[in-house]
Design a protein around this ligand. Structure first.
Ligand SMILES: [Zn+2]
Length: 69
């Protein structure tokens, strides 16, 4: 069974956890959907918020055109 990353490790998504957040964005820095990451609905909702906050703080880029095309 494809278990949610955050349930598995019993952690909550946090904007400070850049290395973890990067697993949930595509090479072009777009947010990945739940179908691709296996994150549960509860954590996906928190994750999206945290990623957006990290972007706001400049910890994650909004878009990247590197590594594609
Ligand atoms: Zn979860």
């Amino acid at each position: 069974m494809n278990k949610c990353f955050f349930c598995q490790y019993q952690v909550l998504p946090s904007f400070k956890d850049i290395e973890n957040l990067q697993r949930f964005i595509s090479p072009r820095k777009k947010l990945l959907g739940r179908d691709k990451t296996g994150t549960c609905a509860k954590h996906q909702r928190q994750l999206t918020k945290q990623i957006k906050y990290a972007r706001y703080l400049g910890l994650l880029p909004y878009v990247s055109y590197q590594g594609s095309r």
